[in-house]
Design a binder for this molecule. Structure first.
Ligand SMILES: Cc1ncc(COP(=O)(O)O)c(C=O)c1O
Length: 420
């Protein structure tokens, strides 16, 4: 994109613009920045502020360009500024976005989601993943007339008081109706269900265990089937939190390849390739509860993100994007694992290849992960030391080669750090 103005890798430009923006932010934004994109916990070399991106490349405010292995923490699945998505958004913006009622695109998108996702008989739209997971719980409660929700220990389902991982500002009452279980441990889910007794409204689960900072764990199909049976036996809703994985692993629910259909599913991140949108999809059994809850937001009916979502889903299908991501993800994994072997480094590379996470043996405090990430950044690859990465469908052979050249240098730096 910015070949003439940006600089990739080792000869990176000093972060003067970033430093000045951080200074200004500290004065007017609590803590200087908040939430998952706060650069504070990242190695010092990471920029806080980004200027733009195209395809699989992003540029920071000082003009340094990187191969993007984070995809804005999930939303950017087709690559930045995907032409068909941006054209659809522009065309809709020219007609109208935030109006007194939704545009026809809302019905078109709901129809497309219902046609694309096997378990969905209906769709409701919102803005963020937290809206969607919260709505799923509310709908499950409205339908069943019960209160308790089972959720896996350590799983992330959003930032509302009932699910935020940080307790500041919340009360114990906010989480009073949540009962924890252990991911992939059916007996623990059954025990939690027994604890809920006849008050079980729903079982919340992610497609695989993708808790930040830990090796990732794919779902055991027997566990997924066991949760389905538990919900069938109790009348509770099986709620799949597909916010992070949706439309990355499969063009449909992430559990379609596993053969397990949820009653309700939560979506956001990738469904509109970076435009702000979330969805709750559900089966007919929960349609009545869904029609009785009052859920809304000033911007939930905006037409532009809906037009972008329709273009995103069509592009995912027509451009074979899921398969392209899988191929790039596997090439990245094979390359990094070979580099680690060559360096004699013991790593674990877990999760699906399109959403991988790398850890180093014995790296309790993430010191090695931080050396690795900082050096990868210096050589032009933007990845994360404590969160899974996201491989986009826009990765070209050149992007992959640049990313692998950066990880090679980064692994060499880890080797050197260990021998010091
Ligand atoms: C699995 C999962 N659920 C829910 C959320 C919350 O989504 P949002 O940040 O859009 O509210 C996230 C966000 O990272 C997520 O990964």
């Amino acid at each position: 994109m910015t070949e003439h103005t940006a600089s990739t890798g080792r000869d990176s430009r000093p972060r003067e613009a970033d430093r000045l923006l951080r200074d200004r932010a500290r004065a007017v934004i609590p803590g200087g920045m908040y939430g998952h994109q706060a650069a504070g916990p990242l190695p010092a070399a990471y920029p806080q502020f980004m200027a733009g991106g195209r395809g699989a490349r992003i540029t920071d405010v000082d003009g340094n360009e990187y191969v993007d292995l984070m995809g804005s923490y999930g939303p950017v699945v087709l690559g930045h500024q995907h032409p068909a998505v941006e054209e659809a958004a522009r065309a809709q913006a020219a007609r109208g976005d935030c109006q007194n009622g939704p545009g026809p695109v809302m019905v078109e998108l709901a129809e497309l989601l219902v046609a694309t996702v096997a378990h969905a008989d209906w769709a409701m739209l919102a803005k963020n993943g937290t809206d969607a997971t919260t709505m799923c719980c509310t709908i499950a409660r409205a339908q069943t007339g019960r209160a308790k929700i089972l959720a896996a220990r350590g799983a992330y389902h959003g930032a509302a008081p009932w699910c935020t991982p940080r307790p500041a500002g919340t009360t114990t009452a906010d989480r009073a109706h949540l009962i924890p279980y252990t991911y992939n441990d059916l007996a623990s889910a059954q025990e939690a269900a027994a604890q809920a007794g006849d008050d079980l409204a729903g079982v919340l689960v992610s497609p695989f265990k993708h808790d930040a900072g830990f090796d990732q764990e794919l779902v055991d199909p027997a566990f997924a089937r066991g949760l389905r049976e538990l919900c069938d036996a109790t009348g509770a809703a099986l709620i799949l939190d597909d916010v992070r994985c949706g439309f990355r692993l499969h063009l449909g629910s992430s559990w379609e390849p596993v053969g397990v259909a949820p009653d309700l599913s939560a979506w956001s991140k990738a469904i509109a390739n970076g435009h702000p949108l979330a969805a709750v999809l559900g089966s007919d059994r929960f349609r009545d509860g869904a029609s009785r809850v009052f859920v809304t937001g000033s911007f939930w009916f905006s037409a532009v993100p809906m037009a972008a979502a329709i273009a995103t889903i069509r592009a995912l299908r027509d451009e074979g994007a899921i398969e392209a991501m899988r191929r790039s993800g596997e090439a990245l994994r094979d390359g990094i694992c070979a580099q680690a072997r060559a360096q004699g480094l013991e790593i674990r590379y877990t999760g699906p290849p399109v959403m991988p996470y790398l850890t180093f043996a014995g790296d309790q405090d993430y010191a090695l992960a931080s050396v690795f990430a900082a050096e990868a950044l210096r050589h032009g690859a933007y990845l994360h030391p404590r969160h899974n990465w996201f491989v986009s469908a826009a990765m070209t052979g050149d992007d992959l080669a640049l990313a692998l050249a950066a990880t090679d240098q980064a692994l060499a730096a880890v080797r050197k750090h260990l021998s010091q």
